[in-house]
Design a protein around this ligand. Structure first.
Ligand code: C2E
Ligand code: MG
Ligand code: MG
Length: 630
């Protein structure tokens, strides 16, 4: 029967096929075979036992690892929620597909804000260089560090985030990026503000000096490469200091802002407007402008800046002087172009302001001459180099001498006699006009006294007062003193103020005139028609005389427009109960026209040129009959 040494399964199989032990012995090899098969069974049992045991052990270990991993993830999540950093993953198109739970500084959920957004498409890298470096890293699947990106949040606020990431590969296959991010909105905004302050003028928002120079240098490189020209305008307000002094710094600031807006409004987007400081503005005109275009721009600029504006509720009028330099003619670098434009501006100012000058090589020399003149002008008063000339005024109808206008001359020791056009603006700019004006007033009054004492009848003397003198608080006292020390009746003096000086600050002008008026001094509005005064102001100034500017008289009688303006001023003056004087009358036909138009007084080369006091004395002795003699 069954051999108990065989594997039980084999014993069962042997029994099932009905083999007897004697049968087994009959086949000599069978016991050996069975014995081997049995051993195989036993070994298989052993293997299974071992396998099952090791499976049990492995599954217990896996469970433990899993628990450890879950705990580690929880720790990481809790740490991330504490830190300002967060983790993210992006797909191969750099689209955020995972962002760890985090809210940003203003409480927006980052996962909502960023998921689905693509870097460089929906988020812009801050900084050109950084953006290029980032693109290069990504293109070659390299890690990147600390790149700042910005986007606009649904509420409109900017959001800046800093990302560091590394590529993710599955074998050789690129799967995207993953990394950490942090919120840098506050820091980036602060940094932008600092940059803004470093490049732009805080008051006007225009480019500041360094920014302007930088832009100019870029433009110069482009112009050099393209073989085109460009131009720099240097703009300086006339009498800005007077506005600041009389109306206060707030009004001054307002004015600068208005000028910035006017300049910006005049130019194209490609032109750069900057403020160098104070009342100095600069403009870069790019794009190959020719002289005609520059002239037109400068003209428009002057007109726009001279338009009256309201400062602190008061109408004020200012003008500007403009200097223009050109590349390539005047210089090849930013600094020298700016310098040339500045020099040209200086001469525009010296030539009576409210005009523009192109830089020319001769101009630099002229400017240097002017600068030395300013130093010499300081001494001119002490060294007794100033002289007064007098130009008579006549009645149109009776040809009677009605008085004279005092006109200053400078007897320069080397340069000979200089006309006021060569130094009045300079005197204004430097403030020397105040002592000079005082000298003119005193001298004119003293001369009137001398004529009266000599038994002559000089009638009335007109003295010109400049804008700055007019704004100066001491004017009234000076007039009073000059009259008193010459023992002169106030009716012997007339003060001439130009229309544009009055319009710089009409309300203040009105008050100053009121003071002169109270002293019994007559007022003449000089150079009328060149400013922007309105009828309403003319009336409020309560002047007795209006002087039609020489430029209108020039065109008489042929120029239709000049004729119309002259007639209108005469009618206007008369309607306001003023006397009307025409200055610069040079021809009989001009006189004829003025006579017919009803003009009251005339002054001009036709009758007499301005003359020294001694000649005037002779004219007065002759009974003022020079007009007939002329
Ligand atoms: P203004 O007050 O309009 O003076 C008239 C100017 O016209 C004077 O020039 C005079 O010489 C000139 N003129 C007179 N008749 C004729 C003419 O028939 N033809 C031409 N072409 N010109 C004529 P001037 O003396 O060169 O003075 C120029 C300006 O300088 C004056 O213009 C005045 O605004 C200013 N000025 C002169 N003296 C003084 C002064 O003492 N103080 C101030 N603040 N300004 C002065
Ligand atoms: Mg005058
Ligand atoms: Mg005049």
């Amino acid at each position: 029967m069954a051999d108990p040494s065989l594997h039980p399964t084999l014993q069962r199989q042997v029994k099932r096929v009905g083999l007897l032990p004697s049968d087994l012995a009959a086949v000599a090899c069978l016991p050996v075979l069975l014995e081997r098969v049995s051993r195989c069974y036993a070994e298989a049992d052993q293997d299974r036992y071992l396998l099952e045991r090791s499976q049990a052990v492995a599954s217990r270990e896996m469970g433990e690892l899993h628990a450890q991993l879950a705990a580690s993830q929880a720790r990481l999540a809790s740490l991330l929620s504490l830190s300002s950093d967060w983790v993210w993953e992006q797909d191969t198109t750099l689209r955020f597909n995972y962002v760890s739970a985090h809210t940003n500084e203003i409480g927006n959920d980052l996962a909502t804000l960023l998921t689905g957004k693509r870097v460089l498409l929906d988020l812009a890298a801050v900084g050109e260089v950084e953006a290029r470096q980032f693109e290069a890293s990504v293109a070659s699947r390299r890690p990147f560090r600390n790149v700042v990106f910005g986007l606009t949040q649904p509420g409109g606020q900017p959001y800046y985030l800093r990302l560091s990431g590394e590529p993710v590969f599955d074998g050789d296959e690129f799967r995207g990026y993953r990394g950490v991010g942090s919120d840098v909105t506050a820091a980036t905004l602060a940094q932008q503000r600092v940059q803004q302050l470093a490049r732009y003028d805080a008051l006007t928002g225009l480019a500041n000096r360094s920014m302007f120079l930088q832009q100019l240098e870029h433009a110069l490189v482009r112009a050099q490469q393209g073989g085109t020209s460009l131009s720099v305008f240097f703009i300086d307000l006339d009498r800005f200091k007077a506005v600041n002094d009389t109306l206060g710094h707030d009004a001054g600031d307002e004015l600068l802002k208005a000028v910035a807006a006017r300049l910006t409004g005049l130019l194209r987007g490609a032109d750069v407007v900057g403020r160098l400081g104070g009342d100095e503005f600069v403009v870069l005109l790019d794009g190959d402008p020719d002289t005609g275009m520059l002239t037109r721009v400068a003209g428009r600029m002057l007109a726009r800046l001279a338009e009256p504006l309201h400062l602190g509720g008061r109408p004020v009028q200012v003008s500007a002087s403009v200097g223009i330099s050109r590349f390539p003619g005047d210089g090849a670098d930013a600094a020298s172009l700016l310098k040339c434009a500045d020099t040209a501006m200086y001469l525009a100012k010296a030539r009576g302001k409210n005009n523009f000058q192109f830089f020319t090589p001769g101009l630099a020399e002229q400017a240097a001459r002017h600068m030395s003149l300013e130093g010499e002008l300081r001494q001119a008063i002490q060294q007794d180099e100033l002289r007064l000339h007098y130009q008579p005024l006549f009645d149109v109808r009776s040809a009677e001498l009605l008085g004279m206008e005092a006109l200053v001359r400078w007897q320069h020791p080397q340069r000979g006699r200089l006309a006021p056009g060569e130094f009045i603006a300079l005197a204004e700019e430097s403030g020397l006009i105040v002592p000079m004006g005082r000298w003119v007033l005193e001298t004119a009054c003293r001369q009137m006294r001398a004529w009266i004492d000599a038994g002559l009848d000089p009638r009335r003397c007109s003295v010109n007062v400049s804008a700055r003198q007019f704004a100066h608080a001491s004017l009234l006292d000076e007039v009073r003193e000059a009259l008193a020390s010459a023992r002169l009746d106030p009716s012997a003096l007339e003060i001439e103020v130009t229309e544009s000086a009055l319009m710089e600050d009409p309300e203040r002008a009105r008050q100053s005139l009121e003071g002169l008026h109270a002293l019994g001094i007559r007022i003449a509005i000089d150079d009328f028609g060149t400013g922007y005064s309105s009828l309403a102001y003319l009336k409020r100034f309560r002047a007795q005389t209006v002087k039609i500017d020489r430029t209108f008289v020039d065109g008489l009688p042929g120029d239709r427009e000049d004729a119309a303006i002259t007639q209108a001023v005469i009618a206007l003056g008369h309607s306001l109960d003023m006397r009307v004087v025409a200055e610069g009358v040079e021809t009989e036909s001009q006189l004829q026209f003025l006579h017919e138009a009803g003009c009251d007084k005339v002054q001009g080369f036709l009758f007499a040129r301005p003359m020294a006091a001694a000649q005037m004395t002779a004219l007065l002795r002759a009974g003022g009959k020079q007009r007939d003699a002329a």
